[in-house]
Design a protein around this ligand. Structure first.
Ligand code: NAD
Length: 469
């Protein structure tokens, strides 16, 4: 009895590259019990807004392993991304993308590149919590949790340990986002201290990304948040020389999903010319994950030998290193013929028998004492001179709460604002005790008798088109 896995052939080039991949896996000795499900366009068209049928969920819960070909995401209102839905529903917190150069057989400016990007997959700006705040301003909440950060960072270090990698680099923007990115960086330092044998370093995301694009060989494993990871994993894949060669794993506590990083390539679908390598390398990650390291090793080495022999699909065809332009099926057969062989220029892989990489669930944080120190009141008020708004909203101050600051789109505009600051209709008024004392909930009310006429805390404000005048 093989390991049960769920397989979806997807859309566009999906069925072609999945067929090639499954043939190679079978010939390579992978012991799999395949359950096929339908996801993607057909499911969207049947009215399932996330592109996945209920039976497919049942299969995923049963097998806990999903090998997925790319799908076409229909544009249009109400359609949700299948990938994001599966990642969030099944708690696939870690996205692992090896970005490896195969020079000189695949053209790249960075022949020594060998970077693994470990991206947090559930939190950050991808929590999908967005609000229309005012006529002019919308907001998206960036959520970073301690357990979410701890889990992905620990995963990156465990991955480094298991794969004999020497360094883990953290990318954040904590010079600007001091609480969210600051927390991620702090937890990185805490976890890194538990792995003294692995070098740990931190880069600000912008210069770190520039370095990744210019000198990728200085990185080994990179761990970062969701949005940064989304961007840098494409940068990383691109600079290896071909996005078409990238595979990716999405790992969770309950299940894991493996795929190519590219999309369904509708422009070349049905022509039999697509490169199956991205999906195949995703499948190699899957074999390692389910404890079939020997098959993973055999397939991966035969695939590298095929590249070395110059049998290349059109997307990576480049003379003189390319000798034969192969279609999808021809390429797959070439890999199958080389099973048992190893590359001689590229470094052969060794996976051996491994336990699936698991990280313990982080302990709940100890409850810290909370103190009520003030209130931020967000106003939808037409753009005006900050002093004029301050004169109005100051009247709402009470003995306990004093207006201390007004900001507009996050920029302080009162007191001592700059005349050049651009003003929108989105204001934040910060009230605190005059002596910075701790407050009680009973202190949180506003002067109802004020000229502006409302107690914000307990009366909904109904816009009258003129603001508070
Ligand atoms: P794409 O990755 O499908 O294609 C970009 C370019 O790369 C195209 O020119 C294509 O021909 C080429 N290409 C991609 N994979 C190739 C391969 N294996 N062999 C040879 N050439 C290859 O990106 P896109 O055109 O922006 O997106 C097409 C569709 O795929 C969209 O509907 C998008 O939503 C979807 N998509 C799905 C996934 C996924 O399922 N994980 C990921 C990305 C995009």
């Amino acid at each position: 009895m093989g390991t049960p896995i769920t397989v979806a052939r997807g859309d566009g080039i999906g069925p072609e590259i999945m067929q090639a991949t499954l043939e190679i896996l079978e010939a390579g000795g992978a012991d799999l019990e395949i359950e096929e499900v339908e996801v993607g366009l057909a499911a969207y068209q049947a009215g399932y807004t996330a592109g996945i049928r209920p039976e497919a969920w049942e299969s995923l819960r049963r097998t806990k392993v999903f090998l997925k070909a790319p799908i076409t995401t229909p544009q249009g209102k109400g359609m949700k991304s299948l990938n994001v839905t599966i990642r969030k529903t099944m708690g696939l917190f870690a996205n692992v993308r090896p970005c490896i150069a195969y020079a000189p057989f695949v053209e790249t400016r960075f022949p020594k590149m060998d970077v693994v990007i470990v991206r947090e997959n559930e939190e950050d700006l991808y929590a999908g919590i967005e609000h229309q705040q005012t006529d002019e301003v919308v907001q998206c909440l960036k959520l970073i949790s301690r357990p979410g950060s701890e889990r992905i960072i620990r995963y990156a270090f465990e991955y480094a340990k298991q794969n004999n990698r020497k360094k883990v680099t953290c990318f954040t923007k904590d010079n600007i986002m001091k609480l969210t990115d600051g927390l991620f960086h702090k937890i990185f330092d805490e976890v890194a201290a538990e792995y003294p044998e692995i070098e740990a370093e931190h880069w600000i995301i912008d210069i770190g990304t520039a370095l990744l694009a210019e000198r990728p060989q200085v990185f080994d494993v990179i761990v970062t948040q969701n949005l940064y990871g989304d961007i840098i994993s494409d940068v990383g894949a691109q600079v290896t020389g071909s996005v078409g060669l990238g595979g990716s794993a999405n790992i969770g506590e309950h299940m894991a999903m493996f795929e190519a990083i590219h999309g369904s390539a509708p422009d070349i679908a049905g022509q039999g010319i697509a490169n199956p390598s991205g999906l195949l390398l995703g499948a190699v990650q899957m074999l390692v994950h389910i404890g079939q390291g020997a098959a993973a090793e055999q397939v991966h080495n035969a695939w590298m030998k095929t590249l070395e022999d110059g049998i290349h699909t059109g997307d990576i065809y480049h003379e003189p290193n390319s000798k034969r332009r192969a279609g999808t099926n021809e390429f797959a057969q070439a890999v199958i013929e080389r099973l048992g062989e190893k590359p001689s220029v590229l470094t052969p892989v060794r996976y051996g028998q491994r336990e699936p990489l698991q990280v313990p669930r982080p302990k709940p944080a100890t409850r810290r004492k909370k103190e009520l120190v003030g209130v931020d009141v967000f106003l939808h008020h037409e753009p005006c001179a900050p002093e004029a708004l301050a004169a109005k909203v100051q009247q709402a101050s009470t003995e306990a709460l004093t207006l201390r600051m007004i900001s507009n789109r996050g920029v302080k505009v009162w007191p001592e604002g700059a005349p050049e600051t651009f003003i929108t209709d989105h204001w934040r008024c910060r009230y605190r005790a005059a002596d910075n004392a701790t407050l009680t909930p009973a202190d949180i009310h506003f002067n109802r008798g004020a000229a502006w006429g409302i107690g914000i805390a307990n009366t909904p404000w109904i816009p009258d088109g003129k603001g508070f005048a």
